[in-house]
Write a protein that binds this ligand. Structure first.
Ligand SMILES: NC(=O)c1ccc[n+]([C@@H]2O[C@H](COP(=O)([O-])OP(=O)(O)OC[C@H]3O[C@@H](n4cnc5c(N)ncnc54)[C@H](OP(=O)(O)O)[C@@H]3O)[C@@H](O)[C@H]2O)c1
Length: 275
């Protein structure tokens, strides 16, 4: 039986992946903030006959305390980790700061993956073929890292924050082997493109209506999106890091995957965490 931890596992693709793993006999722990969604995940697990193998961890991953609580809880309850999935998101139309003083999207969509991914590498390395799946947007919409204003104090837009987090995740993946040279974990960056989830719910009108309408017309259903992602986790490329836009492998070249930029971001991030 394999063990998976899925941040953002209570909804959308994270939930779909968790139920997929439970249905085939594995153990899945979903992390999210909403207790009702957590209960619904556990109820669905019970329906699948997987109540004993399912877990819900309530944690706010926009806060350092929430990230650390997840790391501590997983370390206490799992003796190894076969898969770690990063699938949290919450679109922030207006700039918000977390209690730790970080811009919310930076904290939730990037920093939580940095903190949890690095902290749980030891546990991943106890598994036979460990995989990290980071759901973001490699090779997708353009976005820039605002090196001199990572917290986006000037000129904030929700889209700018989301795209910056996506580029930060590209670099987080590229940088992973440098930080864990002896780790056996494969790091897969994955862009699912357009998938029908609750993603549009926090958008202001009329963008919410437009995005939902486009989603009905163009987006994949979660049940369609999950099998290829699970397949990649079962059989990842041999390379330590890889990136995909759905089935299409992406070359790890160009500025999105620049190793020097990855090193710079790592140093800046550890500096922010050490403040
Ligand atoms: N959907 C798409 O078309 C699309 C396209 C490209 C990339 N992606 C990426 O794919 C991933 C999954 O997207 P999705 O659309 O499936 O997501 P989703 O349905 O919107 O679900 C988001 C998940 O994040 C959790 N979450 C939000 N705020 C949180 C917080 N503060 N602390 C802990 N958990 C929190 C939510 O749980 P609670 O509500 O319980 O807090 C939920 O489980 C994301 O990383 C996204 O960027 C999605």
């Amino acid at each position: 039986m394999r063990t998976y931890v899925i941040t953002g596992g209570t909804d959308g693709m994270g939930r779909g992946l968790g139920l997929h793993f439970l249905a085939r006999g594995d153990r899945a722990i979903a992390v999210g903030t909403n207790p009702a969604k957590g209960r619904a995940f556990l109820a669905e697990a019970e329906r699948l006959g997987a109540a004993e193998r399912a877990g819900f961890l309530r944690a706010d991953l926009s806060t350092l305390a929430g990230m650390q609580a997840v790391v501590a809880e997983v370390e206490q309850t799992a003796d190894r980790l076969d898969g770690l999935v990063f699938a949290t998101q919450r679109f922030q139309p207006k700039r918000e700061e977390t209690p730790d003083g970080f811009e919310h999207t930076f904290a939730l969509a990037y920093l939580s993956r940095f903190v949890i991914g690095h902290a749980l590498t030891g546990l991943l390395d106890r598994a036979e073929a460990p995989v990290v799946l980071n759901l973001a947007g490699p090779g997708g919409m353009p976005g820039t890292i605002h090196w001199d204003d990572l917290q986006l104090r000037d000129g904030y837009t929700g889209m700018r924050a989301a795209m910056q987090a996506s580029r930060c995740n590209d670099l987080l993946g590229v940088d992973f082997p440098r930080r864990h040279p002896r780790s056996r974990a494969r790091y897969v960056l994955y862009n699912p493109l357009f998938v029908k989830t609750g993603m549009a719910d926090p958008l202001p009108q009329p963008q919410r209506m437009v995005t939902k309408a486009m989603s009905w017309l163009l987006a994949q259903r979660v049940e369609q999106a999950v099998p290829p992602m699970a397949g990649l986790m079962d059989d990842p490329p041999a390379e330590r890091v890889s990136a995909f836009k759905r089935a299409k492998p992406l070359p790890l070249t160009g500025k999105d995957f620049d190793p020097d930029a990855a090193d710079r971001l790592h140093r800046l991030t550890t500096g922010l965490l050490d403040r």
